[in-house]
Design a protein around this ligand. Sequence first.
Ligand code: PEP
Ligand code: MG
Length: 581
Amino acid sequence: MTISLHGMGVSRGIAIGKVHILERDQIEILEYALADDSIETETQRLQDAVSQAKQQLRAIRDHIPESTSADIAAFIDTHLLMMDDAALIQEPLRLIREKGCNAEWALKLQRDALVAAFDEMDDPYLRTRKDDVDHVVDRIQRILLKHAPLAHEIPDNKLNGYIVLADDLTPADTVLMQHQGIVAFITEYGGPTSHTAILARSLGIPAVISLHDALQYIEEEDFVVIDGMRGIVLVDPSKPCIEYYREQQQEDISYFSGLSSLKEEPARTIDGVNIQLMANIELPRDFDTVREVGADGVGLYRTEFLYMNRETPPYEEEHYETYLKVLDKLNGLPLTIRTLDLGADKQVDGGRKSGPVQSNPALGLRAVRLCLKEPALFRPQLRAIFRASAKGTIRLMIPMLSNLQEMQQVLAMVNEIKSELNAAKIKYDKKMPIGGMIEVPAAAICADIFAEHLDFLSIGTNDLIQYTIAIDRVNDEVNYLYDPLHPAVLRLINLTLKAGEKAGIPVAMCGEMAGETQYAALLLSLGLRQFSVHPANLLELKKIINDTDIDQLAEFADQALAASSGVEVADLLDKRNLKLH
Ligand code: PEP
Ligand code: MG
């Protein structure tokens, strides 16, 4: 009998195959007292286990294929850094030396202390970092206890074509799985912004997560179908059901391979309206993909990575060199550099002076607020952006503006920097456009005021939705309220687009909503003409745009704006999208 299970689809695609259960047998950690003369041997045993764990992770990291998104290496780097972190290793060494604890027990005590400290934190992102502690400690413990490597860590190709089921996955697991030819995965835990979800999307393999109790219903070697878009897992499916999904799988494959032929084509609607399709980029190595998908440029370059894993902020030269490298890769395409947006969901140490703990970080000192308060973080970046503007087409974009004074302060700083550069006879683009992100409801309502002073606007829907509906974007428990079609969100988007139109300046959208193709018709009907999206979504979006006739959508925007709920707008969209396909 077929069992149908429903979780959260976080990475689209269909996979059909047998299940391998990734079981991390619970390791038993025993406490025993050491004889005085074995203390030094024990500290050495712990240090050796840590070195071996590092070697294992480095080997995994070195085998990440070039094509894999930089996210994965970054996650593994985080684990490597943790193994060097005094907080994790020094304390167990002290416990061995001073209390005569065995290495496994000392490590366990420190793990428990760190996890308890993370549990106390208000910030949900930091709370999830305790998973990282667990993953790192688990690897070291297994080495100490001489446990055999897990099946997916042995490169014998036996898991090729399998679907992995686990309670949760580590970043290293996902890389190993990719090497072993695993075609999809299912986990019992995790939310849409969890590491697991991000990694699945980066690897481009279907994934269903948050499928609670999956391990109760699915057994080793069970045959399953997984639909990574709808979050469905079918255990022991019937023959007709398998046939249906095989057809769907083929359709998907030919649909996506057909999209690559659109790379050289312009994005133009049936009625001849040209649309600009730009890419959202984070890490320098992602820049190759901009050209690969034929983007018109970069509409959002997130620069937070420059501030990661370090104790002091980057120097002007470091910014400058990075931007030049990026311009070189873009080969003439425009680059929109978003200035530093640290804080809230983007906690990356970043050389920031530590301030008081913020009980409400999303509403606290983040992005432009932090930059204005700490010019040492901001000024070098601004100067470098101006200097780089002499070498390519750059636009400067300020995140999280909420009132006019902030914008004026930024513009005043910009003027100071221009005077300095003039005095030093350093070249820069005197007409470099300066724009602002509309991510706060106050800014959207007052978009006309911002539009008067800026050269362009870009709607950051990730934050705009968070602030409009009052839902923490990284909190699993309120994710169900996240609704890009909420009438309040649509009205704010509309206000921003109209303000741009009135002031005669371009308005782009660079939040996730822009890349979710089911919203394309709605956004086009509201007047959006510039989309900036994850490169993986760009060609599909282009196809939808090229199949759309904006003329036919005249009443659609009005109907959507008059709707009283997101569900009503979704129904309208579904009907329209069905007509299209
Ligand atoms: C946004 O908020 O929509 C956005 C694009 O910025 P980020 O996701 O980096 O906050
Ligand atoms: Mg944002």
